[in-house]
Design a protein around this ligand. Structure first.
Ligand code: GLN
Length: 534
C-alpha cells in the first residue's frame, strides 16, 4: 500500500464553480484505479457544523452514518464513491477553534501564547492528516471551501502551504477557476485566473493543476497562455466545460487526463485508463431515457433546490434505473390549500412530502397528503413528511380533529407525533437531535420489506419528534400500519397504508444513502409504483 497522498482543491474567481464535483470526480477516477480514496471538506465559517444553519443559507444539511451534520458536498462524495463519510470528512473553522480553545483551557499549550500560526494551522493540519494516518486511505482529497483571497480561508491556505512543504511529492494542489466568455467581444478571458493564481502565490502556494470552468472549449493557445503566466505545465491546464449532468464530469475529467496528471505529480504509476463501465452504463440510461416520470416534491424551501439536494439526486437515480427521465416539480407547501390542491397536484405520477422543521408550510403538506391518500397516488413522506401523513390520518380518518405534532402545537389534545423521551431535557440546538444510522426491523407483507428484500436495515435519522405509540392500535385498526420499528426502542420508523397503491412514510432519511451505483430501494419502489399502470 502506498503512503497516503494528499490532494488539495482550492477555488478562485467565483464561488459555486463546483469544487465538490471536481473533487468527487477525481476521487472516482482514482478509486476506479483501485486506490482507496476519501474526500474531506474544510468550511471556513464559524458555526461548529451546518446543523444549525437555515437551509436558505447553505442548502441541505447532510447527515453521515455516524451522525455528523455536514455540508451537502459530502452527499456528492458518497453518491460518487459509494463509500460512507464521517464526522472527520467535514471540519469547520468553528470546530477548529473550539478544539484549540478546549486544549488551551486544559492547559495543553503549557503557558504559550496561542496563535493562528502555529496553533490553528496545526489543528487544521491534524484534521487533514487524520484521515490518512488513522483511516489509512491511499488518497485524501481535501476541498477548501470559499474562494482564495477570502480572509476566512487564509489559515487553511497557510496549512496547505506548510503541508506541501512537509509532504513533498506526496501532495498536490488543484486550483479551480472560471474563464468567462465575453459575448460583446467574442472572447474567453484568462485574466481573472491569472490574478487568482497570483493571490495563491502571494500566500506561498504554487498550484500544480489548473482546472478552468468554461462555457466554451478552450483552445490550446489559451491553455498555453495560462500555463505560461501561472508556472504550470501546459498539460496540467485543463478545462471543465459545462455539461448536462454532474455525473458526466468524471468522464470529462478522464478525457482531460486529470487523474494521470495527479498520479504523475504524486509519483505513482500511470497504468491503463479505467473503463468506468458501470458509471458509463448509468450515464447511458440517464441520457437515453425517453419516457418521463413526473414527481411532485412538496416542501417549504423550494426557492432553493439545494435545500433538497439528496432527495432530488435520489429521485434521479431511481428514475434512471426505472428507465425514466425524472421530471421533478417543486411545489411550495405554503401555496397549497383545500381549494387548489387538486389543480396543484393533478397529473403528477407520485408525490413526495419533504422533511422540515417548524410550523411554516405544514397545512399545505397535510392537505397534499389527504389528496394523494384519497386519490390513490403513490406517496413517499420523509421525516416531517411522514409525520404529516400521520397527522392527516388522525384528523380525517380517526376523527381526532385537533391531532397534531407537539412541535406544531404544544397543547394539542392528541399529540400523535410527540417529543422523544430522550429529547425532553435537551436545551442546546447544535448536534442534539436523534442523529445518524439506527436499525429498523421491517414487518412481513409490507411495501418496505418488498422494496428492501431484507428484514433488518440501517437508516440515517435527524429529528426530535416521533410517532406516539399510544395511538398505534387505533391507527392499525383503521388501516394505517407500522411497517418498520427500531428493534431496541420500539420507535415506529415506517408507516404504510396497505390498501393504498403505494403509501409509505419513513421517519428516517433514505435520500442520504442513495448513490449512483446503488440507488435506494425505497426510491426505486416509489418510482416503480409511480410508473405502473402508465
Ligand atoms: N421537525 C421534525 C422532527 O424534529 C422532522 C425533522 C425532519 O424532517 N428532519 O421530528
Amino acid at each position: 500500500m502506498p503512503e497516503t497522498r494528499y490532494v488539495f482543491v482550492t477555488g478562485g474567481v467565483a464561488s459555486s464553480l463546483g469544487k465538490g464535483i471536481i473533487s468527487a470526480s477525481l476521487a472516482k477516477l482514482l478509486q476506479s484505479r483501485g486506490y482507496s480514496v476519501t474526500i474531506q471538506k474544510l468550511d471556513p465559517y464559524l458555526n461548529v457544523d451546518p446543523g444549525t444553519l437555515n437551509p436558505y443559507e447553505h442548502g441541505e444539511c447532510y447527515v453521515t452514518e455516524d451522525g455528523a451534520e455536514t455540508d451537502l458536498d459530502l452527499g456528492h462524495y458518497e453518491r460518487f464513491l459509494n463509500v460512507p463519510t464521517s464526522q472527520a470528512n467535514n471540519v469547520t473553522t468553528g470546530r477548529i477553534y473550539q478544539n484549540v480553545i478546549n486544549k488551551e483551557r486544559k492547559g495543553d499549550y503549557l503557558g504559550k501564547t496561542v496563535q493562528i500560526i502555529p496553533h490553528i494551522t496545526d489543528e487544521i493540519k491534524r484534521n487533514i492528516k487524520l484521515l490518512g494516518t488513522k483511516h489509512k486511505y491511499d488518497f485524501v482529497i481535501t476541498e477548501i471551501g470559499g474562494t482564495v483571497g477570502d480572509i476566512e480561508s487564509l489559515p487553511y491556505i497557510e496549512a496547505v502551504r506548510q503541508l506541501k512543504w512537509e509532504l513533498g511529492h506526496r501532495a498536490a494542489v488543484i486550483h479551480l477557476t472560471l474563464v468567462p466568455y465575453l459575448s460583446a467581444s467574442g472572447e474567453l478571458k484568462t485574466k481573472p485566473t491569472q490574478h487568482s493564481v497570483k493571490s495563491l502565490l502571494e500566500i506561498g502556494v504554487q498550484p500544480d493543476v489548473l482546472v478552468l470552468r468554461t462555457e466554451r472549449h478552450l483552445a490550446q493557445d489559451i491553455r498555453k497562455k495560462v500555463a505560461l503566466f501561472c508556472n504550470v505545465n501546459p498539460r496540467a491546464v485543463i478545462q471543465s466545460i459545462d455539461v448536462k449532468t454532474i455525473y458526466e464530469v468524471p468522464v470529462k475529467m478522464q478525457e482531460e487526463g486529470l487523474d494521470e496528471i495527479i498520479l504523475e505529480k504524486v509519483q505513482l504509476p500511470v497504468d491503463e485508463k479505467p473503463a468506468l463501465k458501470d458509471w458509463k452504463g448509468f450515464l447511458n440510461k440517464l441520457n437515453n431515457a425517453k419516457e418521463v416520470v413526473t414527481i411532485g416534491l412538496i416542501g417549504k424551501y423550494v426557492e432553493l433546490a439545494d435545500a433538497y439536494k439528496s432527495i432530488i439526486e435520489a429521485l434521479i437515480h431511481a428514475s434512471t434505473y426505472n428507465d425514466r427521465k425524472a421530471k421533478i416539480e417543486l411545489i411550495h407547501s405554503e401555496s397549497i390549500d383545500a381549494s387548489n390542491v387538486e389543480s396543484k397536484l393533478k397529473g403528477l405520477d407520485a408525490v413526495l412530502v419533504a422533511p422540515g422543521f417548524g410550523h411554516r408550510g405544514i397545512d399545505g403538506k397535510i392537505e397534499a397528503v389527504k389528496y394523494v391518500r384519497e386519490n390513490n397516488i403513490p406517496f413517499l413522506g420523509i421525516c416531517l413528511g411522514m409525520q404529516c401523513a400521520v397527522i392527516e390520518y388522525a384528523r380525517n380518518v380517526l376523527n381526532l380533529k385537533e391531532a397534531n405534532s407537539r412541535e406544531m402545537n404544544h397543547t394539542t389534545p392528541d399529540a400523535v407525533i410527540d417529543l422523544m423521551e430522550d429529547q425532553k431535557n435537551v436545551s442546546d440546538m447544535g448536534g442534539t437531535m436523534r442523529l445518524g444510522a439506527y436499525e429498523c426491523e421491517l414487518k412481513k407483507s409490507t411495501n418496505s420489506l418488498k422494496a428492501y428484500g431484507k428484514e433488518l436495515v440501517h437508516e440515517r435519522h435527524r429529528h426530535r419528534y416521533e410517532f406516539n405509540n399510544e395511538y398505534l392500535e387505533s391507527y392499525e385498526k383503521a388501516g394505517m400500519k407500522a411497517a418498520g420499528c427500531n428493534p431496541e426502542t420500539g420507535l415506529v420508523e415506517i408507516m404504510e397504508i396497505p390498501e393504498h397503491k403505494w403509501f409509505v412514510g419513513v421517519q428516517f432519511h433514505p435520500e442520504y444513502s442513495s448513490t449512483v451505483l446503488k440507488p435506494h430501494p425505497i426510491f426505486l419502489a416509489f418510482i416503480k409504483a409511480a410508473i405502473s399502470e402508465k
